[in-house]
Design a protein around this ligand. Structure first.
Ligand code: OGA
Ligand code: MN
Length: 293
C-alpha cells in the first residue's frame, strides 16, 4: 500500500493514510515519511493499534532515539516507562493520576506553554512522536504552530535583528513563567541553561524558521527584561491562528512533529482524569550554537 498525505492544517500539518505501524517500514515508506515531514512538519497517523515496542521500532526506523534522562522531576525509582520514552502522562508509576498539587504534575503543566522539545539540551530534539493510550473526557488538545510560516510573515527589520541571535534555554525558565520556583540545588544544576540560535535553516528544504520555545529565558548580550519582552512578543506573533493546527486526540492517534520547524503546547483538561500519552523522540544532528565557556 502506498502512503498518501492529505493537508489538514492552515499552512502545514498532514494526515497520513496507508501506513500500519505494526509492520516494518520499507525504504520507500521511510523516504515518504521524511519527505512528508520536510513538507508538512506535523504528520497525523490515525488508529495505530501499537504497543510501546512497536512505537519504538517505528521511531527507530526513522532515526536515532533521544533518551529521556534527567529531564523530569521523577526520582530514580519513580519511572512508569523506560528512558526510551518521555512520559507525557499525568500518571504515577502505578498509573494513578498525580494529586492536583503534586510537584511532578505542576512541572508537567509547563507543557501548556508553547515550546519545542528538548530546546533545553545542547543537542535538541529532531522529531517527537506522541501516541495516545488514553485521553480525558474533555480538553487535552495539542496545538502546533508553524515557525516557517511565522518567520516568513515577519517584517524585514525583525528578520535582520534575529540573524545571529542566540538565546539561553532552560526548563527552569519555562517553569518560572508559571510560578514554579521551588527547584532543589541538584535540579538547578541539572537544568542549567544551554544556548540555541534563533533562526534555523532546514537542512533539506533550506527554509528558515524561528527557533522559539518557552524554555528561552534570555538573549545573549541583551538586558534581561528587554529580552523577555522581546521573546514574549515573538511568541505572541508566531502563534496566531493562521499559523496554528489544533489536534483533537482520539485513542490510537500518533502525531509526529519536527521540533526544528514548529512549536507546540498542551491544552488543559480535568486534573483527576488520566491522560496517558507516550512520546518517543528522535535525536537532533548537533548543537545549534556554541555553548558558553
Ligand atoms: C510533548 C508535549 C503536549 C501534550 O509530548 O512533548 O508537549 O498535549 N505534549 O501532551
Ligand atoms: Mn513537548
Amino acid at each position: 500500500m502506498t502512503i498518501t498525505i492529505r493537508a489538514i492544517g492552515p499552512c502545514f500539518a498532514g494526515e497520513v493514510h496507508g501506513l500500519d505501524m505494526r509492520n516494518p517500514l520499507s525504504a520507500e515508506e521511510v523516504a515518504a515519511i521524511h519527505a512528508g515531514m520536510d513538507k508538512y512538519a506535523v504528520l497525523v497517523f490515525r488508529d495505530q493499534k501499537i504497543d510501546d515496542a512497536q512505537q519504538l521500532a517505528f521511531s527507530r526506523s526513522l532515526g536515532e532515539i533521544e533518551h529521556a534522562i534527567g529531564t523530569s522531576l521523577r526520582a530514580a525509582g519513580d519511572y512508569r516507562l523506560p528512558t526510551t520514552f518521555a512520559d507525557v502522562s499525568n500518571l504515577d508509576k502505578n498509573n494513578m493520576p498525580f494529586a492536583r498539587d503534586d510537584r511532578r504534575r505542576l512541572f508537567g503543566i509547563g507543557n501548556r506553554l508553547w515550546h519545542s522539545d528538548s530546546s533545553f539540551k545542547t543537542v535538541p530534539a529532531k522529531y517527537s512522536l506522541l501516541h495516545a493510550i488514553s485521553i480525558p473526557s474533555t480538553g487535552g488538545d495539542t496545538q502546533f504552530a508553524d515557525m516557517r510560516a511565522a518567520y516568513d510573515a515577519l517584517d524585514e527589520e525583525t528578520k535582520a535583528q534575529l540573524e545571529g541571535m542566540v538565546c539561553e534555554h532552560s526548563q527552569m525558565y519555562s517553569r518560572q513563567q508559571i510560578g514554579f520556583f521551588d527547584f532543589t540545588d541538584e535540579e538547578r544544576q541539572r537544568f542549567r541553561p544551554v544556548r540555541q540560535c534563533m533562526v534555523r535553516v532546514h537542512p533539506v528544504t533550506g527554509r528558515k524558521s524561528l527557533y522559539l520555545s518557552s524554555h528561552a529565558g534570555g538573549i545573549v548580550g541583551w538586558p534581561l527584561p528587554e529580552a523577555l519582552i522581546f521573546l514574549r512578543d515573538l511568541i505572541e506573533r508566531t502563534t496566531q491562528r493562521e499559523f496554528v493546527y489544533t489536534h483533537k486526540w482520539r485513542v490510537g492517534d500518533l502525531v509526529m512533529w519536527d521540533n526544528r520547524q514548529t512549536m507546540h503546547r498542551a491544552r488543559p483538561f480535568p486534573a483527576h482524569e488520566p491522560r496517558d500519552m507516550r512520546r518517543t523522540t528522535l535525536a537532533g544532528d548537533g548543537p545549534t550554537a556554541a555553548q558558553a565557556a
